[in-house]
Design a protein around this ligand. Structure first.
Ligand SMILES: C=C(O[C@@H]1C=C(C(=O)O)C=C[C@H]1O)C(=O)O
Length: 130
């Protein structure tokens, strides 16, 4: 397993990104918002089916937390926009989101990420409508 911290805001542990004030030196004792810590086991370190499935279970648990939190924030956006919900879908904004994510996940490729994010966005809009 690698001993490293990935800051998705673009920062480093020594120079945290703009929306990650609690990640580095000088951070307040208590983070301003909860932080999600996820173990990222190296694929080379996973030798058995059980180990690989346990790694997937850990990643999926983190994904579930992220997806739920993302849906809650997206629901807020629907209330703040002049036209929310499916009627207010914004393809340009969705393209920007996929483009930015593709930089973090180059091996997945933009088309796969676009399909994934289309499902994520539609699920969020559906949940917000309930
Ligand atoms: C959240 C918004 O509304 C919709 C949902 C999006 C999302 O879940 O990221 C993105 C664009 C819109 O289709 C937004 O306009 O930012």
């Amino acid at each position: 397993m690698h001993d490293r911290v990935i800051d998705a805001t673009g920062g480093t542990p020594d120079a945290p990104g703009p929306s990650c004030p609690a990640c580095g030196s000088g951070a307040p004792a208590e983070p301003a918002a909860p932080l999600l810590r996820v173990s990222l086991p190296s694929v080379e370190d996973l030798g058995t089916l059980a180990e690989a499935r346990a790694a997937i279970d850990g990643l999926d648990a983190a994904l579930a937390v992220l997806l739920e939190h993302r849906a809650a924030v997206a629901a807020l956006v629907q209330r703040l926009k002049p036209v929310g919900g499916f009627a207010g879908r914004d393809p340009g904004r969705e393209r920007e989101i996929v483009d930015a994510m593709a930089e973090h996940a180059p091996s997945l490729g933009r088309d796969r990420l676009a399909a994934i994010m289309n499902a994520v966005i539609e699920a969020g809009l559906d949940a917000a409508g309930r």
